[in-house]
Ligand binder design. Sequence first.
Ligand code: FES
Length: 576
Amino acid sequence: MSENGSAPHLRSAEWFGKRDRDGFIHRSWMRAEGFAPDVFDGRPVIGICNSWSELTSCNVHLRRVAESVKRGVWEAGGWPLEFPTISLGETYMRPTTMLFRNLMSMDVEESIRANPIDGVVLLSGCDKTTPAQLMGAASVDLPAIMVTGGPMLNGKYRGGDIGSGTMVWQFSEEVRGGKKTWDDFFEAEAGQSRSNGHCMTMGTASTMASMAEALGIAPTGNAAIPAVDSRRYALAQLSGRRIVEMVREDLRMSKILTRDAFENAIRVNAAIGGSTNAVVHLLAIAGRVGVPLTLEDFDRLGHDLPLLVDLQPSGRFLMEDFYYAGGVPAVVRELGDLIHRDALTVGGRTIGEMTAEAPCWNREVIRPFDAPVKEHAGIAVLRGNLAPGGAVIKPSAATPSLLVHRGRALAFESIEDFKARIDDPDLEVDETSVLVLKGAGPRGYPGMPETGNLPLPPKLLAKGVTDMVRISDARMSGTAYGTVVLHTSPEAAAGGPLALVQTGDVIELDVPNRRLDLIVNEAELDRRRAAWRPAPPAFERGYAKLYTEHVLGAERGADFDFLVGNSGSKVAREMH
Ligand code: FES
């Protein structure tokens, strides 16, 4: 029932309930799919928005998940209709999937609004598919549930567990440093990815699935269930039943995605050791629902929280272990009063009610609040003359001794410049140097790729150096680690101070005091600023042109300026 107690008007009735020529057309073409005539009896139409694709390995099982959702929708008296959108395969798309996140969000938004849909179940998995679906659906604001595809089973290699992504960075550094052979490296490929599902470290996919759960838009308990565990399919079926009820209750996304929900997500992200990518994605989703959220919120609400979950890349275990230990509900319960317990979830009850009895079965994986894996695990937001618009760092993934550091910059104008020079044995670099990468922001690359965790120079790896301060306007894979300053804003391509850094400049990083400064006098900076020229437009046509002309900075979630906000579900004009 809607707020005034009456059953909400179903927008699908504007297509299927008409006694006229258009009604004939709408019903007749659906009959071509072989549906019985009683699907037109006024039941809620549930769109199943599927990001399945064989080019998105992490989402390849979502057709099967959709079948379970459909079962639940039919049981509850709804009519499920599955539809595809573009999908974003993190490991394949060039130059970077982030370039296409906003495009996918537009596809999701327009597909939902344009069609006879009363409520929607969003099926996502791989990194960008989750925020893209939430952004797009939030701009329509129908009742919605997100069911993510779940993580892969733990990777296995030579008797031990290996995590997706995290292991790749570590092994490739070991091969470059001469500690492993290429044959060792190749052997690990099959063992790492041995089932359906998304990366099973606390990378971006697991982080965003956990964020969806913490926001209340995914069912409580959803994030950690492995993709191949039968309980994921049971949860999908229950979600199918529930979305039909949500349509009848008129429980729209905007009633769930409140300021409190975002604050809960920020705190859960700190406690699980979530990816820095959550910052840009949550900012973008909040922008769609009109919740004011800023970079500072991440620091203020999350920086001081302890890391409770011992998962790679910050810790030892993997998502399968996290599920058996209790998953996100156990973490929410552990956070106690730090969580807005009255925030509503898609389950129809508050997150406090849903997690009040959540058990923890393994205190090695999910620690008590007073005996955490690490103190102060959240994301720190840095400001200073090198990042007047802000920059982020994940201290829990950094080397503690480097969190306060003063060093000489080694500047690279682009990732291609970096790759061309970093292996040079004559490169003037030592472990105190600060590697600076420009031109990898949203507009500059374009698409803000995950190149922020720059590989270290081989000559330093050979000496046993394992970490250095690295600064860029890029993002970093959620499965990576190191003393890496990211999302530096304004980005170099927009004329930010990062563009002015030259090799030999001194850079000062002071994470406890949230500072990032270029120690160059103002007169010299003014001279460099006056001499700086933006690069000529790299794209004359197509989506990349649209992207570079309209993308906002990282501090605004790298959404498009014209996509911020929402347009609701009304379509102004009839089809003709
Ligand atoms: Fe898809 Fe990691 S590559 S989640």
